[in-house]
Design a binder for this molecule. Structure first.
Ligand SMILES: [Zn+2]
Length: 247
């Protein structure tokens, strides 16, 4: 069975940034997983909730509902500090992702580029940096060797992608986005993507902004191919699983 793993920073990223491919590939029988590094407890939109712990609990539930709506099989929220992923211990966070990659054994991994996607959020950029290292290190026996003593085996995912766009948001800092190398048609899944975003009821003020961005993005989700397990010539792709051997 083919497997896809998305690594995100905040509950709602899975819908906003990867909702189309998660719905599309889940429906096609790909086993989809999402790992979210923070509980989103520092969000400006709080639905009247003051304590961070309370908001975090609500957002975990919203995240699970959104993932369920997108057909995601395995979803998990880690407990790193929202708004401060750049202050976390790189070795520790990457080790946790390496453990997940060795356990889930995905063929394709998608996350953010260092720019932080169109929103320029530093947490997005950090999620991408941790994931980029974990993609490489999960395959090496010498990295996090203690995990191998627990029975896990090294795992080389076949492709790593960063999500990207061809538009910018004037209200956000300018970013240098990765060029598009994969253009995935998600037209039949846009409605479900928006419904999944709406499951994040605590973030409802963001919904019109998201819908507007989705209109600009059109019927495709765009990606940049960052790394492959075997060297191949770069071609414009329409499928993140193109060229992957059926296992
Ligand atoms: Zn985010």
């Amino acid at each position: 069975m083919l497997k896809l793993l998305c690594v995100t920073a905040h509950p709602d990223d899975e819908a906003g940034c990867f909702g189309g491919i998660l719905a599309k590939y889940s429906e096609a029988g790909v086993e989809c997983s999402v790992l979210c590094l923070t509980g989103g407890e520092r969000a400006a939109n709080r639905n009247g909730i003051k304590p961070d712990e309370e908001l975090k609990a609500l957002r975990r539930k919203e995240f699970a509902d959104s993932c369920h709506h997108l057909g995601v099989k395995h979803c998990e929220v880690f407990d790193y500090a929202d708004g401060a992923l750049d202050r976390e211990n790189f070795h520790e966070v990457t080790g946790k992702l390496v453990h997940s990659i060795r356990s889930l054994r995905p063929h394709v991994i998608a996350s953010f580029g260092a720019e932080g996607y169109v929103t320029a959020h530093p947490d997005h950029g950090m999620a991408g940096l941790f994931t980029s290292a974990a993609f490489q290190w999960a395959a090496r026996k010498t990295r996090y060797a203690g995990q191998l003593e627990e029975g896990l085996k090294p795992w080389q995912a076949e492709k790593l992608y960063y999500v990207t766009t061809e538009f910018s948001l004037p209200e956000r800092p300018a970013v240098s986005l990765a060029p598009v190398t994969a253009r995935v048609d998600v037209a039949p899944y846009i409605a479900r993507k928006i419904e999944a975003f709406a499951k994040h009821a605590s973030q409802l003020p963001l919904l019109p902004i998201f819908e507007n961005a989705q209109r600009q993005a059109g019927d495709h989700e765009l990606f940049h191919l960052v790394a492959t397990s075997e060297v191949t010539p770069m071609e414009m792709e329409t499928d993140l699983f193109a060229g992957i051997r059926a296992l």
